[in-house]
Ligand binder design. Structure first.
Ligand code: ADP
Length: 184
């Protein structure tokens, strides 16, 4: 029987860093839709060409495209980073986990105040030069998060899967909280 963990939280919360470490230490595959899409953009694939303008604006890529990627990349033990991001994606994932007999170990919500998120992303913009890390796009991505993704907090609270984790502190501190919250 498969196992899955979901990382939920606003852009800049540090989900990617934490998800990578957890994946390595537990021997899970990390499935980051943002990374997969950026890779398509970098290679100039047809999908990459289609999604680049959407990502540069800070909008969400259509659910069907995301779900096709997820079906392709699904593994027996998987950590989702940046997915699901809409209620439709969450419902589709529930179905997929059911079909494949995969148990959801928990949904980790990494919580960080908005001013700190903006500061972190502006810093990342300087260091990495991600084309969607400028102030206007950052504010738009935060709005999109509040509107489209935040409803998933309630969704997973209802099923009892939600684990709230304080995302402030050193990466090691946050990581320890995540492991404790999942009991793994
Ligand atoms: P962030 O650090 O802003 O959370 P990600 O690397 O997870 O960013 O995603 C970057 C961009 O990729 C998003 O702004 C969106 O355009 C697209 N994207 C990633 N995952 C999804 C998803 N599950 N559904 C729709 N769009 C997505």
């Amino acid at each position: 029987m498969g196992e899955a963990v979901i990382f939920l939280g606003p852009p800049g919360a540090g989900k990617g860093t934490q998800a990578s470490r957890l994946a390595v230490e537990l021997g899970f595959k990390k499935l980051s839709t943002g990374d997969i899409l950026r890779d398509h953009v970098a290679r100039g694939t047809p999908l990459g060409q289609q999604v680049k303008p959407i990502m540069d604006r800070g909008d969400l890529v259509p659910d069907e495209l995301i779900l096709a990627l997820i079906r392709e990349e699904l593994a027996e033990r998987v950590i989702f980073d940046g997915f699901p991001r809409t209620l439709a994606q969450a419902e589709a994932l529930d179905q997929l986990l059911g079909e494949t007999g995969t148990r959801l170990l928990g949904v980790v919500l990494v919580e960080v105040p908005e001013e700190e998120l903006i500061a972190r992303m502006l810093k990342r913009a300087e260091l990495e030069g991600r084309s969607d890390d400028n102030e206007e796009t950052i504010r738009h991505r935060l709005r999109v998060y509040r509107e489209k993704t935040e409803p998933l907090v309630q969704y997973y609270e209802k099923t009892g899967a939600l684990r709230r984790v304080d995302g402030l502190g050193t990466p090691d501190e946050v990581y320890a909280r995540i492991r404790a919250s999942l009991g793994i």
